[in-house]
Design a protein around this ligand. Structure first.
Ligand code: SF4
Ligand code: SF4
Length: 431
């Protein structure tokens, strides 16, 4: 709607007609803020536009495509679907655009994928296979459901009843068990009783990311109900992708606020940061590393709480009632940095593109599944930045980032080390 009633409902593309039509092609969604730009090498924020070097792949291209589709001037083609899905939905464009115009770019990109699925064109064939895995085996890999808790280390006993519930997620359950193992050992060492879901299912992150909103909503309802039944007050995650799904996309799917979920959603870094600052957890052992921290998109600019909004758009695009824009500034940026700085022996060096300006690793939102070469290209591009600041290791807060970086390092034959932050915290408390 250019004027009149409007909301943030991503199932209706016309809610974003104004946003699509007011894109002025300034490319603030592609270039990082000029004050940070050190030269041409690390000057872009959009993986898709940087890789494919064609305007259609940038957010500005997708805004024009969306508007043309809404107005019936453009139909689907294989190339169009590639443009919609060879995008990491990383939110860098949204943050960049809101420096100037406050257009809702990320929501428009999500709405375009939902429309593609509703029109019977999306998602990509590889996504359908993952969706099938999630719906039938409750994990994105299609692994046996009964193996989900096999990561649990001997000697660690989850409580039958506790205030904290650790939601492990598919990646840490099946392909990155070291993250789940480090997480429960940290909780154990801090004296935090925790429980696991009685029957944990995938969070459905990929379903929502590729536009399969009905299936994602059903899973959201099931999972939220399952947490409520346990009586948990805090849902703790060690996966940034899952964190965003529970904290932002579940409320978005159910048209409620994050505050109304009935429990608090926290990432391990928020929890541990608090424990360290309260003196409950001591990072006493040295970890001698010069490292850099990679801001996972879903823990940083995409993680601000969700608040539903509906209202009117009037003259000059002004909306009422006031819409509290999600500009990425209130993401989780400081806790992981404070944790790393508290580890004796760690020297934290920052990359040029950090916090809201961070360059996505390329793994999330259906990219790794449908465009594995693009996902690896993005990781390799980011690793160049890691090397440029002289770090010997890169640290992430998400198994998706860790796995993608590790694969890129191995393909490159680099000497770089890749860690999840949970592994370093564990090393600092247990030696
Ligand atoms: S920053 Fe916003 S207005 Fe500028 S080109 Fe990108 S989407 Fe369009
Ligand atoms: S979400 Fe990320 S990859 Fe997609 S257009 Fe925006 S900046 Fe580019």
């Amino acid at each position: 709607m250019l004027k009149g009633k409007v909301s943030l409902d991503v199932t209706q593309l016309d809610n974003f007609e104004y946003d699509m039509s007011k894109c002025i092609k300034c490319k603030g969604c592609t270039w990082v803020d000029h004050i940070y730009m050190p030269g041409v090498t690390f000057s872009t924020r959009c993986p898709s536009a940087t890789k494919y070097l064609f305007d259609s792949y940038g957010a500005y291209g997708k805004m024009r495509i969306g508007l043309a589709m809404l107005e019936g001037r453009l139909d689907y083609s294989d190339e169009l679907l590639k443009i919609l899905y060879a995008c990491t939905l990383c939110g860098a464009c949204d943050v960049g655009c809101k420096r100037n115009l406050d257009l809702e770019i990320e929501l428009t990109l999500e709405a375009l994928r939902i429309k593609a699925v509703r029109d019977g064109k999306g998602p990509m064939p590889q996504h359908k296979k993952v969706a099938q895995n999630i719906l039938t085996k409750h994990n994105r890999f299609g692994s046996p459901h009964q193996n989900r808790n096999k990561w649990l280390p001997a000697g660690i006993k989850p409580s039958p009843k506790a205030e904290v519930l650790y939601f492990v997620g598919c990646s840490a359950s099946y392909t990155s068990p070291e993250i789940a193992q480090a997480t429960v050992k940290i909780l154990n060492a801090s004296g935090t009783p925790f429980m696991l879901m009685p029957d944990e299912w995938c969070c459905g992150n990929v379903l929502y990311s590729v536009g399969m909103i009905d299936e994602a909503r059903e899973l959201a309802r099931r999972n939220i109900e399952a947490v409520k039944k346990t009586g948990a007050k805090t849902l703790l995650l060690s996966c940034a992708e899952g964190y965003r799904m529970w904290k932002v996309d579940y409320p978005k799917l159910l048209n409620i606020s994050t505050a109304d979920l009935g429990f608090k959603v926290v990432h391990l870094v928020e929890y541990v940061d608090e424990l360290i600052k309260k003196g409950t957890l001591k990072l006493a052992n040295r970890v001698n590393l010069r490292l850099t921290y990679h801001d996972s998109c879903s823990l940083s600019r995409l993680s601000e709480p969700w608040v539903p909004w509906q209202g009117e758009r009037g003259q000059w695009g002004m909306v009422s009632p006031t819409l509290e824009r999600r500009r990425g500034t209130n993401g989780v940026y400081q806790p992981p940095r404070d944790i790393l700085k508290a580890i004796p022996g760690v020297e934290l060096v920052e990359m040029i593109r950090m916090r809201e300006n961070a360059f996505c690793c390329g793994a999330g939102r259906g990219t790794k599944e449908a465009f594995p070469d693009f996902a690896l290209w993005a990781a390799k591009h980011r690793l160049e930045e890691v090397k440029a600041v002289g770090a010997e290791a890169v640290v992430a807060t998400c198994p998706w980032c860790k796995e993608n970086f590790a694969q890129a390092v191995s393909q490159n034959g680099d000497k770089l080390k890749v860690f999840d932050i949970s592994e370093l915290i564990l090393a600092a408390i247990s030696g």
